[in-house]
Ligand binder design. Structure first.
Ligand code: NAP
Length: 262
């Protein structure tokens, strides 16, 4: 299938590793030029170089702390100048910490608010003028399966990602006439550094990392964790002109982990 993405330009945030990196690589494989961002310039540059050498597309790497408003504006200014247009925005960021509701004070909530909700708000607002000019603008937010089902200890993430979900629905209506689609992709348990850190933290005595992975996999209908490439494939399709009639949705990539039929 030709996804008609060659020559498009995408911003992919939090793309030095994990899900963001996989999304950037998958878009690059379809001929999309990229501006990628995250805090650690060294690993971001390595990712940029890897993508250039594998796919031959143009990749600009810009350092950004997504929780900082001023940095978002500076990033967008450079990003917009890099190729003169923006067709696709993939909103992603590091996840807020896990923990029980009572373990988080106001400061923790404000930090999570900046990182998870306000980074998406700001990048969407900054990108809209460019996406309007694209004629097939795409906004794709990476959220979480916790927007569809209970996920232990995820109160910060779940609360703020549901705000992103609500915002995306509102925007799909407001931006539809401009041919801009707005969707959320909700990862289930996909093996990245974040999941390794969480799963391997406080392992019960005698349990190996492999056993912890198998135990988690046993709770998922397809009996395995997902790969970043499996989420990236959906993002890439949603980014394409072929997905122009899909908007305002949240699609999970979770091996069947969400039990609700809706
Ligand atoms: N993996 C899953 O199964 C899963 C499930 C549900 C939801 N999610 C969510 O999906 C998102 C990505 O997860 P992941 O598994 O890919 O995580 P990851 O492997 O830990 O990667 C996180 C990425 O975010 C960047 N980052 C973190 N804080 C940042 C900040 N303040 N500003 C800019 N960049 C920042 C990191 O780069 P730098 O360190 O260079 O900044 C890195 O590129 C997270 O929000 C996570 O909660 C993941």
């Amino acid at each position: 299938m030709d996804l008609q993405l060659t020559g498009k330009t995408a911003i992919v945030l939090a793309a030095s590793r994990g899900l963001g990196k996989a999304a950037a690589m998958s878009l690059a494989a379809e001929g999309v030029d990229l501006v990628i961002g995250s805090r650690n310039m060294e690993s971001l540059q390595q990712t940029a170089e890897q993508i250039r050498s594998l796919y031959g597309v143009r990749v600009v790497a810009l350092a950004v702390d997504l929780s900082q408003a001023a940095q978002a504006e500076a990033f967008l200014k450079e990003a917009a100048g890099a190729f003169g247009k923006i067709d696709i925005l993939v909103n992603n960021a590091g996840g807020p910490p896990f923990g029980k509701f009572e373990s988080f004070d106001d400061q923790a909530w404000y930090q999570a608010f900046e990182l998870t909700l306000m980074s998406a708000v700001r990048f969407i607002r900054l990108c809209i003028p460019y996406l309007r000019r694209s004629g097939s603008g795409r906004i794709i937010n990476i959220t979480s399966l916790s927007t569809k089902t209970y996920l232990e200890n995820s109160v910060l993430s779940t609360s703020l990602r549901l705000a992103v979900t609500g915002m995306a629905k509102m925007l799909s209506n407001e931006l539809g006439p401009d041919h801009i689609t707005v969707n959320n992709v909700a990862p289930g348990i996909i093996l990245t550094d974040r999941i390794r850190e969480t799963l391997f933290h406080d392992l019960p005595a005698g349990m190996t990392q492999e056993q912890a992975l198998q135990r988690r996999a046993g709770e998922i209908p397809v009996r395995r964790l997902g790969t970043p490439q499996e989420l990236a494939a959906l993002i890439t399709f949603l980014a394409s002109p072929l997905a122009g009639y899909i908007t305002g949705t949240t699609i999970q990539v979770d091996g069947g982990a969400v039990k609700s039929p809706f």
